[in-house]
Design a protein around this ligand. Structure first.
Ligand code: MN
Length: 403
C-alpha cells in the first residue's frame, strides 16, 4: 500500500467537512484470546496501519487540512515480550501522516482540537442497548460532559461515498481474495465424498487459505450439506455428508481486509439427481440474467425485484408453489450487497450502482422438505459500461461441477 493513496483518501474525506466539523477514528483494541486482532476497517482505510489502540483526528481550518495520529509508546520492558511497537518514524512513512504523537497526549490535544467544533464524526458508535459501551462511546460520554453543544454522528455517512467506489489497488486485493477462495473451492469439490464431515471440508478451506498467506476468513464459512443448506446462515458445519447430498459452500478469504464472498453448490457424488439438476439450472439461469442487468444507474432494488420475478416463475415450474406471491417460502433474502473491506460492506440497500462498486449476485432456492438448498454467488465489479465478473473462473456450470 502506498502512502499517496492514503493521503488522497484523507483529503477526499476532509473535503466534505465544514470548518466546525471534526473526525475522530479509533483503531481496534488489543484482542483477548480466542479473538485475534482485526483492525477497524475505517481506521485501516484512512491510515493503512495495522496497530491497536491508535487514534486519528481529521479536521480543517481555513482551507488547511489538519491530520493528527496518536500511537502507543514502545516500552522496552514490554517489547521484550510483545515485540517492537511501530515507531513514530515508521508510522509516518507508512501512513504519510506528518503529525504523530503518543496516545498519552490524546486527551490534552483532542480537547484543544474540539474547542470550536460543533459536529464530531466517530467510527463505530452504532450499537445496541444490550451491549456494553465500546471505547468510542466511552469517549463520547466523557466529551459530552465537557462540550455539551457538540453533536456526534457516525463516520459512515461521510466515508461511504469513498469506500463504495473501489480504487485499482482495492480491486486487486479483492481479486486476490477471490482467486484464493476459488482455488480452495476447487480443492473442496475435488476431495469431497459421501461419509465425511462438513468440518473436514472447512479444514481444507482454511488450510488452502492459510497456505496462500490469508490471515483470516472474511466471515464464518458455511459448509452445508443436504437439508442444512436450507438454513441460510448455517455455520455449525458438523454434519456427516450423505451420498446423495448437495453441498452448499458460502465462503470467502480476506486479503488485506478485503473480503471475497462466494457461494457454490455441488453434488457430493459428482452427479446431480434429476430434481437437483432442475433446481440448480433454475437458480443458475436467474443468476446469469441478473448479472447481465448490472451497469451504472441500475438500483439494487431493481435487481431484487427482477430476481423475485424470475424465481417466482421458476418455483411455479418446479411445482413448489401455485401462486407466485408465495415465493418467500423458498427464497427469502436479497440478491445483492456491496462487498469490500466488510463482507457486507457499507452501502445503502437502495443504492444506485456506480462504476467502481463491487457487489455480490446471489440468488437461491431452499427446499428443506426435499433436503435441497442451492445458492450461487459471484462477486461483480460495476464498470463504466457494464460489469466484470471477478469470480467467473470459479466453476458453476453443471458440466464443470460434475467433472
Ligand atoms: Mn454474500
Amino acid at each position: 500500500m502506498d502512502s499517496s493513496m492514503l493521503i488522497r483518501r484523507r483529503e477526499k474525506l476532509v473535503k466534505q467537512l465544514n470548518d466546525d466539523d471534526i473526525v475522530i477514528v479509533f483503531a481496534a483494541s488489543e484482542p483477548i484470546y480466542p479473538h485475534f486482532f482485526l483492525q477497524n476497517n475505517n481506521f485501516l482505510y484512512l491510515t493503512g496501519l495495522e496497530i491497536p489502540n491508535a487514534v486519528l483526528i481529521l479536521s480543517k481550518e481555513k482551507e488547511k487540512n489538519i491530520c493528527m495520529l496518536f500511537i502507543e509508546r514502545g516500552i522496552p520492558e514490554r517489547e521484550v515480550w510483545e515485540g517492537k511497537k511501530l515507531t513514530v518514524e515508521e508510522a509516518k512513512q507508512k501512513s504519510g501522516i506528518e503529525k504523530i504523537s503518543y496516545i498519552d497526549e490524546f486527551d490534552r490535544i483532542s480537547s484543544l482540537a474540539l474547542l470550536n467544533k460543533t459536529k464530531c464524526f466517530v467510527n463505530g458508535i452504532q450499537t445496541s442497548l444490550n451491549s456494553s459501551l465500546n471505547k468510542q462511546q466511552n469517549f463520547i460520554k466523557q466529551v459530552r460532559d465537557r462540550f455539551p453543544k457538540l453533536l456526534f454522528d457516525d463516520i459512515s455517512e461521510i466515508i461511504l461515498p469513498l469506500r463504495t467506489i473501489k480504487e485499482k489497488w482495492e480491486i486487486k486485493q479483492l481479486q486476490k481474495a477471490i482467486d484464493i477462495t476459488g482455488n480452495a473451492i476447487h480443492s473442496i469439490i475435488k476431495s469431497a465424498k459421501a461419509g465425511i464431515m462438513e468440518y473436514e471440508l472447512e479444514a481444507l478451506l482454511i488450510y488452502e487459505a492459510r497456505k496462500n498467506g490469508v490471515k483470516h476468513m472474511a466471515f464464518k464459512p458455511i459448509i452445508a450439506s443436504g437439508k442444512n443448506a436450507a438454513t441460510l446462515h448455517y455455520e455449525k458445519n458438523n454434519s456427516k455428508i450423505g451420498k446423495n447430498d448437495l453441498v452448499l459452500l458460502d465462503v470467502g478469504a480476506s486479503c488485506n481486509n478485503y473480503s471475497a464472498d462466494i457461494s457454490r453448490t455441488f453434488p457430493v457424488s459428482g452427479k446431480f439427481t434429476k430434481r437437483q439438476k432442475a433446481v440448480y439450472e433454475e437458480v443458475l439461469n436467474v443468476q446469469k440474467q441478473i448479472i447481465k442487468m448490472i451497469k451504472p444507474e441500475v438500483g439494487l432494488k431493481d435487481l431484487n425485484k427482477k430476481t423475485i420475478e424470475l424465481i417466482s416463475d421458476a418455483l411455479v415450474r418446479l411445482k413448489l408453489i401455485k401462486d407466485k406471491k408465495d415465493y418467500k417460502k423458498y427464497y427469502m433474502h436479497n440478491v445483492s450487497h456491496h462487498l469490500g473491506m466488510d463482507a457486507h460492506d457499507i452501502g445503502k440497500r437502495d443504492s444506485i450502482l456506480e462504476a467502481g462498486n463491487i457487489i455480490t449476485i446471489e440468488p437461491g432456492i431452499y427446499i428443506p422438505e426435499e433436503k435441497i438448498g442451492v445458492r450461487i454467488e459471484d462477486d461483480i465489479l460495476v464498470t463504466k459500461d457494464g460489469y466484470k465478473n471477478l469470480s467467473e473462473n470459479i466453476p458453476k456450470e453443471i458440466k464443470e461441477l460434475e467433472k
